[in-house]
Design a protein around this ligand. Structure first.
Ligand code: NAP
Length: 308
Protein backbone atom coordinates (compact mmCIF):
# COMPACT_ATOMS: atom_id res chain seq x y z
CA UNK A 1 0.00 0.00 0.00
CA UNK A 2 1.43 3.38 -1.02
CA UNK A 3 2.37 5.80 1.72
CA UNK A 4 -0.39 8.28 2.57
CA UNK A 5 0.67 11.82 3.35
CA UNK A 6 -1.32 14.25 5.49
CA UNK A 7 -0.58 16.99 2.99
CA UNK A 8 1.02 17.18 -0.41
CA UNK A 9 2.12 20.66 -1.45
CA UNK A 10 2.51 21.16 -5.19
CA UNK A 11 5.03 23.90 -5.96
CA UNK A 12 8.11 25.13 -4.14
CA UNK A 13 8.00 28.93 -4.39
CA UNK A 14 7.54 31.12 -1.31
CA UNK A 15 3.87 30.05 -0.86
CA UNK A 16 4.61 26.32 -1.08
CA UNK A 17 7.76 26.50 1.06
CA UNK A 18 5.92 28.42 3.78
CA UNK A 19 3.06 25.91 3.67
CA UNK A 20 5.67 23.12 4.01
CA UNK A 21 7.29 24.86 6.98
CA UNK A 22 3.95 25.24 8.78
CA UNK A 23 2.76 21.70 7.94
CA UNK A 24 6.07 20.14 8.97
CA UNK A 25 6.11 22.10 12.19
CA UNK A 26 2.53 20.97 12.89
CA UNK A 27 3.88 17.39 12.62
CA UNK A 28 1.83 16.69 9.50
CA UNK A 29 3.37 14.10 7.20
CA UNK A 30 4.34 16.59 4.49
CA UNK A 31 5.53 16.11 0.92
CA UNK A 32 6.43 19.07 -1.28
CA UNK A 33 6.68 18.41 -5.02
CA UNK A 34 8.76 20.87 -7.01
CA UNK A 35 9.34 20.90 -10.75
CA UNK A 36 12.78 22.47 -10.79
CA UNK A 37 15.01 23.96 -8.14
CA UNK A 38 12.83 25.17 -5.29
CA UNK A 39 12.22 28.90 -5.05
CA UNK A 40 9.89 29.55 -7.96
CA UNK A 41 9.89 32.90 -9.73
CA UNK A 42 11.21 34.67 -6.62
CA UNK A 43 14.44 32.65 -6.84
CA UNK A 44 15.22 34.23 -10.20
CA UNK A 45 14.69 37.76 -8.90
CA UNK A 46 17.95 39.56 -8.34
CA UNK A 47 16.91 41.58 -5.31
CA UNK A 48 13.69 41.66 -3.31
CA UNK A 49 13.29 45.02 -1.63
CA UNK A 50 9.78 44.76 -0.27
CA UNK A 51 9.95 41.61 1.86
CA UNK A 52 9.97 42.73 5.49
CA UNK A 53 12.99 42.08 7.67
CA UNK A 54 15.64 42.88 5.10
CA UNK A 55 16.08 46.67 5.01
CA UNK A 56 18.88 46.41 2.44
CA UNK A 57 16.90 43.92 0.34
CA UNK A 58 17.78 40.27 -0.13
CA UNK A 59 18.64 38.15 -3.17
CA UNK A 60 15.64 36.10 -4.32
CA UNK A 61 17.68 32.90 -4.47
CA UNK A 62 19.12 33.44 -0.99
CA UNK A 63 15.69 34.15 0.50
CA UNK A 64 14.03 31.09 -1.01
CA UNK A 65 17.00 28.85 -0.13
CA UNK A 66 16.56 29.90 3.50
CA UNK A 67 12.81 29.15 3.25
CA UNK A 68 13.64 25.72 1.87
CA UNK A 69 16.15 24.98 4.66
CA UNK A 70 13.55 25.98 7.24
CA UNK A 71 10.88 23.71 5.71
CA UNK A 72 13.29 20.76 5.64
CA UNK A 73 14.43 21.54 9.20
CA UNK A 74 10.82 21.07 10.37
CA UNK A 75 10.43 17.72 8.63
CA UNK A 76 8.99 18.43 5.16
CA UNK A 77 10.08 15.97 2.50
CA UNK A 78 10.95 17.84 -0.74
CA UNK A 79 11.00 15.83 -3.96
CA UNK A 80 11.96 17.09 -7.41
CA UNK A 81 9.64 15.90 -10.16
CA UNK A 82 9.24 16.59 -13.89
CA UNK A 83 5.61 17.62 -13.74
CA UNK A 84 2.26 17.07 -12.07
CA UNK A 85 0.08 15.39 -14.69
CA UNK A 86 -3.17 15.25 -12.78
CA UNK A 87 -5.02 15.66 -9.53
CA UNK A 88 -7.93 13.50 -8.49
CA UNK A 89 -10.11 12.55 -5.58
CA UNK A 90 -10.52 8.91 -4.55
CA UNK A 91 -12.95 8.71 -1.60
CA UNK A 92 -11.35 10.64 1.26
CA UNK A 93 -7.97 10.66 -0.42
CA UNK A 94 -6.45 12.93 -3.02
CA UNK A 95 -4.27 11.46 -5.73
CA UNK A 96 -1.47 13.48 -7.30
CA UNK A 97 -0.22 11.92 -10.53
CA UNK A 98 3.29 12.72 -11.73
CA UNK A 99 5.17 11.64 -14.87
CA UNK A 100 5.96 8.14 -13.61
CA UNK A 101 3.68 7.42 -10.67
CA UNK A 102 1.36 8.91 -8.13
CA UNK A 103 1.15 9.98 -4.48
CA UNK A 104 -1.77 9.76 -2.06
CA UNK A 105 -2.65 12.33 0.55
CA UNK A 106 -5.43 13.40 2.89
CA UNK A 107 -5.12 17.01 1.71
CA UNK A 108 -3.40 18.96 -1.04
CA UNK A 109 -2.11 22.52 -1.23
CA UNK A 110 -1.62 23.90 -4.73
CA UNK A 111 1.14 26.52 -4.84
CA UNK A 112 2.24 26.20 -8.43
CA UNK A 113 2.68 29.93 -9.05
CA UNK A 114 2.78 31.38 -12.51
CA UNK A 115 5.15 31.49 -15.45
CA UNK A 116 6.15 34.10 -18.01
CA UNK A 117 3.59 34.95 -20.67
CA UNK A 118 5.00 34.40 -24.16
CA UNK A 119 4.70 36.91 -26.99
CA UNK A 120 4.00 35.40 -30.37
CA UNK A 121 6.04 37.46 -32.81
CA UNK A 122 8.53 36.23 -35.42
CA UNK A 123 11.94 35.44 -33.95
CA UNK A 124 10.87 34.91 -30.34
CA UNK A 125 10.79 31.13 -30.58
CA UNK A 126 13.73 30.91 -33.00
CA UNK A 127 16.08 32.93 -30.80
CA UNK A 128 15.02 31.53 -27.42
CA UNK A 129 18.33 30.98 -25.60
CA UNK A 130 20.18 32.83 -28.39
CA UNK A 131 19.40 36.32 -27.17
CA UNK A 132 15.74 35.91 -26.20
CA UNK A 133 15.41 35.44 -22.45
CA UNK A 134 12.82 35.44 -19.67
CA UNK A 135 15.35 35.79 -16.84
CA UNK A 136 17.62 38.81 -16.51
CA UNK A 137 19.07 37.46 -13.26
CA UNK A 138 20.16 34.28 -15.05
CA UNK A 139 21.38 35.80 -18.33
CA UNK A 140 22.10 39.48 -17.64
CA UNK A 141 25.85 39.02 -17.15
CA UNK A 142 26.20 37.79 -20.76
CA UNK A 143 25.34 41.30 -21.95
CA UNK A 144 28.26 43.30 -20.56
CA UNK A 145 28.66 46.43 -22.72
CA UNK A 146 25.93 45.20 -25.08
CA UNK A 147 22.57 46.65 -26.01
CA UNK A 148 19.42 44.90 -24.78
CA UNK A 149 15.68 45.45 -24.80
CA UNK A 150 13.02 44.62 -22.23
CA UNK A 151 9.42 44.18 -23.35
CA UNK A 152 6.74 45.15 -20.79
CA UNK A 153 5.92 47.98 -18.42
CA UNK A 154 5.09 46.30 -15.11
CA UNK A 155 7.16 45.83 -11.94
CA UNK A 156 9.06 42.88 -13.37
CA UNK A 157 10.00 44.64 -16.62
CA UNK A 158 11.22 47.77 -14.89
CA UNK A 159 13.04 45.98 -12.04
CA UNK A 160 14.82 43.73 -14.48
CA UNK A 161 15.62 46.60 -16.88
CA UNK A 162 17.27 48.40 -13.94
CA UNK A 163 19.18 45.23 -13.09
CA UNK A 164 20.37 44.92 -16.69
CA UNK A 165 21.87 48.42 -16.59
CA UNK A 166 24.60 46.94 -14.37
CA UNK A 167 25.93 45.09 -17.41
CA UNK A 168 24.49 46.50 -20.62
CA UNK A 169 25.60 49.76 -22.19
CA UNK A 170 21.98 50.55 -23.10
CA UNK A 171 18.59 49.12 -22.16
CA UNK A 172 15.47 49.84 -24.20
CA UNK A 173 12.10 49.31 -22.55
CA UNK A 174 9.38 48.70 -25.13
CA UNK A 175 6.00 49.48 -23.65
CA UNK A 176 2.64 49.43 -25.37
CA UNK A 177 1.28 52.49 -23.53
CA UNK A 178 2.50 55.98 -22.61
CA UNK A 179 2.73 55.22 -18.89
CA UNK A 180 4.47 52.41 -17.03
CA UNK A 181 2.36 50.09 -14.89
CA UNK A 182 5.25 49.59 -12.43
CA UNK A 183 5.22 51.08 -8.91
CA UNK A 184 6.08 54.79 -8.71
CA UNK A 185 9.48 54.20 -7.08
CA UNK A 186 10.52 51.96 -9.98
CA UNK A 187 9.10 54.31 -12.61
CA UNK A 188 11.18 57.13 -11.14
CA UNK A 189 14.33 55.02 -11.11
CA UNK A 190 13.83 53.97 -14.72
CA UNK A 191 13.21 57.49 -15.93
CA UNK A 192 16.25 58.80 -14.01
CA UNK A 193 18.57 56.10 -15.34
CA UNK A 194 20.52 57.41 -18.31
CA UNK A 195 21.19 53.92 -19.67
CA UNK A 196 17.44 53.31 -20.08
CA UNK A 197 15.46 54.56 -23.05
CA UNK A 198 11.74 53.91 -23.01
CA UNK A 199 10.09 53.33 -26.38
CA UNK A 200 6.53 54.39 -25.59
CA UNK A 201 3.27 53.35 -27.27
CA UNK A 202 5.01 50.64 -29.20
CA UNK A 203 4.90 46.95 -30.02
CA UNK A 204 7.77 44.61 -30.79
CA UNK A 205 7.04 43.26 -34.26
CA UNK A 206 10.00 41.08 -35.12
CA UNK A 207 13.38 39.86 -33.91
CA UNK A 208 15.95 39.13 -36.59
CA UNK A 209 19.48 37.82 -36.63
CA UNK A 210 21.84 35.23 -37.95
CA UNK A 211 21.99 32.43 -35.36
CA UNK A 212 21.54 35.01 -32.56
CA UNK A 213 19.56 38.17 -31.91
CA UNK A 214 20.93 41.12 -33.88
CA UNK A 215 18.02 43.45 -34.51
CA UNK A 216 14.47 44.19 -33.46
CA UNK A 217 11.67 45.89 -35.32
CA UNK A 218 9.35 48.06 -33.25
CA UNK A 219 6.13 49.70 -34.39
CA UNK A 220 4.55 52.81 -32.91
CA UNK A 221 0.88 51.97 -32.34
CA UNK A 222 -0.31 55.50 -33.18
CA UNK A 223 1.74 56.41 -36.25
CA UNK A 224 2.39 52.79 -37.34
CA UNK A 225 5.98 53.87 -38.08
CA UNK A 226 8.39 50.97 -37.86
CA UNK A 227 11.95 51.38 -36.57
CA UNK A 228 14.85 48.97 -36.50
CA UNK A 229 17.18 48.81 -33.50
CA UNK A 230 20.45 46.92 -33.22
CA UNK A 231 20.20 44.77 -30.06
CA UNK A 232 22.03 41.75 -28.65
CA UNK A 233 19.31 40.52 -26.35
CA UNK A 234 15.56 40.84 -25.78
CA UNK A 235 14.04 40.09 -22.37
CA UNK A 236 10.30 39.50 -21.97
CA UNK A 237 8.32 40.59 -18.92
CA UNK A 238 4.77 40.90 -20.21
CA UNK A 239 3.06 39.33 -17.24
CA UNK A 240 2.43 35.80 -16.15
CA UNK A 241 0.01 32.93 -16.63
CA UNK A 242 -0.85 30.59 -13.75
CA UNK A 243 0.40 26.99 -13.73
CA UNK A 244 -3.01 25.40 -13.31
CA UNK A 245 -3.52 23.19 -16.40
CA UNK A 246 -3.59 20.03 -14.27
CA UNK A 247 -6.52 21.45 -12.24
CA UNK A 248 -8.85 21.79 -15.23
CA UNK A 249 -12.02 19.73 -14.93
CA UNK A 250 -11.62 19.25 -11.17
CA UNK A 251 -11.17 22.67 -9.57
CA UNK A 252 -13.03 25.88 -10.32
CA UNK A 253 -10.82 28.47 -12.03
CA UNK A 254 -11.59 32.07 -12.96
CA UNK A 255 -11.70 33.38 -16.54
CA UNK A 256 -7.91 33.78 -16.55
CA UNK A 257 -7.27 30.25 -15.20
CA UNK A 258 -6.41 31.37 -11.65
CA UNK A 259 -7.71 29.11 -8.87
CA UNK A 260 -10.81 30.29 -7.01
CA UNK A 261 -10.93 29.67 -3.25
CA UNK A 262 -13.01 30.64 -0.23
CA UNK A 263 -11.52 32.75 2.55
CA UNK A 264 -9.93 29.69 4.15
CA UNK A 265 -8.13 29.18 0.81
CA UNK A 266 -10.10 25.97 0.15
CA UNK A 267 -10.82 25.38 -3.52
CA UNK A 268 -14.09 24.08 -4.94
CA UNK A 269 -12.92 20.60 -3.85
CA UNK A 270 -12.92 19.95 -0.07
CA UNK A 271 -9.42 19.21 1.23
CA UNK A 272 -7.70 20.90 -1.71
CA UNK A 273 -6.33 24.36 -0.95
CA UNK A 274 -4.51 26.94 -3.07
CA UNK A 275 -2.14 29.78 -2.21
CA UNK A 276 0.20 32.30 -3.80
CA UNK A 277 0.41 33.45 -7.40
CA UNK A 278 -1.68 30.58 -8.86
CA UNK A 279 -4.68 31.78 -6.82
CA UNK A 280 -7.14 34.45 -7.89
CA UNK A 281 -5.87 36.98 -5.35
CA UNK A 282 -5.42 40.73 -5.48
CA UNK A 283 -1.66 41.06 -5.12
CA UNK A 284 1.21 38.97 -6.44
CA UNK A 285 3.97 39.52 -3.91
CA UNK A 286 6.30 37.30 -1.87
CA UNK A 287 4.85 38.80 1.34
CA UNK A 288 1.33 37.80 0.25
CA UNK A 289 2.46 34.35 -0.92
CA UNK A 290 4.04 33.46 2.43
CA UNK A 291 0.95 34.65 4.33
CA UNK A 292 -1.30 32.56 2.12
CA UNK A 293 1.06 29.56 2.44
CA UNK A 294 0.78 29.74 6.23
CA UNK A 295 -3.02 30.01 6.13
CA UNK A 296 -3.42 27.16 3.63
CA UNK A 297 -1.26 24.88 5.82
CA UNK A 298 -3.26 25.62 8.96
CA UNK A 299 -6.56 25.08 7.11
CA UNK A 300 -5.29 21.82 5.59
CA UNK A 301 -4.28 20.65 9.08
CA UNK A 302 -7.81 21.43 10.38
CA UNK A 303 -9.34 19.57 7.45
CA UNK A 304 -7.17 16.50 8.10
CA UNK A 305 -8.04 16.51 11.83
CA UNK A 306 -11.77 16.93 11.18
CA UNK A 307 -11.94 14.18 8.55
CA UNK A 308 -9.68 11.66 10.36
P1 NAP B 1 2.17 42.76 -14.93
O1 NAP B 1 2.14 43.63 -13.71
O2 NAP B 1 0.93 42.07 -15.35
O3 NAP B 1 2.71 43.67 -16.13
C1 NAP B 1 2.79 43.16 -17.41
C2 NAP B 1 3.25 44.25 -18.34
O4 NAP B 1 3.38 43.71 -19.65
C3 NAP B 1 2.27 45.42 -18.41
O5 NAP B 1 2.96 46.63 -18.49
C4 NAP B 1 1.49 45.13 -19.69
O6 NAP B 1 1.09 46.30 -20.37
C5 NAP B 1 2.55 44.44 -20.55
N1 NAP B 1 1.94 43.48 -21.47
C6 NAP B 1 1.05 42.50 -21.20
N2 NAP B 1 0.74 41.80 -22.31
C7 NAP B 1 1.47 42.36 -23.29
C8 NAP B 1 1.59 42.09 -24.69
N3 NAP B 1 0.90 41.10 -25.26
N4 NAP B 1 2.42 42.86 -25.41
C9 NAP B 1 3.13 43.86 -24.82
N5 NAP B 1 3.06 44.17 -23.53
C10 NAP B 1 2.24 43.42 -22.77
O7 NAP B 1 3.26 41.60 -14.82
P2 NAP B 1 4.66 41.51 -14.05
O8 NAP B 1 5.42 42.78 -14.15
O9 NAP B 1 5.27 40.23 -14.52
O10 NAP B 1 4.24 41.30 -12.55
C11 NAP B 1 3.38 40.20 -12.18
C12 NAP B 1 2.90 40.47 -10.75
O11 NAP B 1 4.00 40.39 -9.84
C13 NAP B 1 2.31 41.88 -10.60
O12 NAP B 1 1.25 41.80 -9.71
C14 NAP B 1 3.47 42.68 -10.02
O13 NAP B 1 3.09 43.81 -9.27
C15 NAP B 1 4.16 41.62 -9.15
N6 NAP B 1 5.58 41.96 -8.99
C16 NAP B 1 5.90 42.78 -7.98
C17 NAP B 1 7.22 43.16 -7.80
C18 NAP B 1 7.56 44.09 -6.68
O14 NAP B 1 6.68 44.44 -5.91
N7 NAP B 1 8.78 44.51 -6.52
C19 NAP B 1 8.20 42.71 -8.68
C20 NAP B 1 7.82 41.90 -9.74
C21 NAP B 1 6.49 41.53 -9.89
P3 NAP B 1 -0.07 47.25 -19.76
O15 NAP B 1 0.60 48.02 -18.67
O16 NAP B 1 -0.47 48.07 -20.93
O17 NAP B 1 -1.14 46.33 -19.29
Amino acid sequence: MAEIYDVIIIGGGPAGLTAALYSGRARMKTLLLEKATAGGQAATTDRIENYPGFPAGIGGFELTEKMKQQAVEFGADIQEIKSVEGLDVDGEQKVVTIEDGFFRSRSVIIATGAESRKLEVPGVEEFHGKGVSYCATCDGAFYRDRVVAVVGGGNSAVEEALFLTRFASKVYIIHRRDELRADKILRERAIDNNKIEIIWDSHLKKIVGNGKVEQMVVENKNSHDRNEYAVDGVFFYIGTVPNTEFCEGLIKLDGREYILTDESLQTSVPGIFACGDCRANLLKQVAVAVGEGALAAVQAEKYVEETA
